[in-house]
Design a protein around this ligand. Sequence first.
Ligand code: ST9
Ligand code: ZN
Ligand code: ZN
Length: 302
Amino acid sequence: MFLRTITSKFYSDQIVWRNVFLLLILHIISLQGWYFVLTTAKWPTLIYGFIFGALTGQGITVGAHRLWAHRCYKAKLPLRIFLCFLQTVTLQNPLYEWVRDHRVHHKYTDTNADPHNATRGFFFSHMGWLLVRKHPDVIAKGKTLDLSDLQEDPVVMFQKKYYKIIAPVLSLVIPALIPWYFFGEDLYVSWVTTCVLRYVITLHSTWAVNSVAHIWGTKPYDKNIKPTENIAVAIVAYGEGWHNYHHVFPWDYKAAELGNYRTNLSTAFIDFMAKIGWAYDLKSVSPEMLRKRKMRTGDCDY
Ligand code: ST9
Ligand code: ZN
Ligand code: ZN
């Protein structure tokens, strides 16, 4: 305990050069992806890349975030397998790790125990936190979390076991073969646009929730915390930009009070899954509870 307090006090960032190098290369190649998008890439490749990217993003929002991290609803096995597949394609760490980091983010928001502590500025909360070793407080506080629900979920544990083999293939190899085989696309153009560029766009959309939506926007539900309501982030992150609401009511499956499906595509996805019976026990905040909370801690004058 004493040793941990000392290391935590004198902690200074230890850069992980492997991650710096990989993310740099990825971003350089993605620039070529934008060039191909504007010039030689075929329309079917672009349409496929867009739809595929949008669908796999739901693996993060509907799957990793609203189902596994917050248990906002329950999902039958076929939906859990489908969402796990989509989340694997996004190459954003195994669900087990993603959820562990996200739960510690909610429990210790914007402190040293938050992996992407936004009090350390835009860059750190956006992507800098992936370029350095974690603060000792993240690991110490993270060890106190209850992750038994994840350990009991065979889908999560299967993905964890085989992640290093399955994820790179599903994310950075197979998607490129589709336009090449079906649309006669050049294989390199296909790889740069549907693998690299898609990955980079999904990463920044996700990271914006931790950075932009912890810095800019309104706070109608709790003015005493950093997370904000930000419509731009809500659009690019399928409804996850209503972040002041989400930090106050993390268990709400809509992750928002207002807004429509256009600014919350993930709610549309869950509602559809509920209609076909694959999602159930959807949790949501009552209007009365919401009204009281807004009056008590919100930033609006009534
Ligand atoms: C990526 C993830 O980008 C993005 C997540 C963002 C979440 C946003 C959420 C917002 C809401 C949802 C929005 C969705 C929007 C979607 C839009 C879609 C269009 N608790 O991590 P290690 C322990 S990934 C407890 O290596 P280091 C544990 O024992 C991108 N314990 O720490 C662990 O061992 P093990 C690709 C913890 O060495 C051990 O420590 N990936 C916790 O400091 C070591 O863990 C990358 O770029 C905890 N929380 O390294 C880099 N954490 O795992 C991938 C750790 O065996 N990451 N422990 O149990 C790394 O390289 C490293 O993690 C590191 C830190 C260098 C960052
Ligand atoms: Zn947050
Ligand atoms: Zn959350």
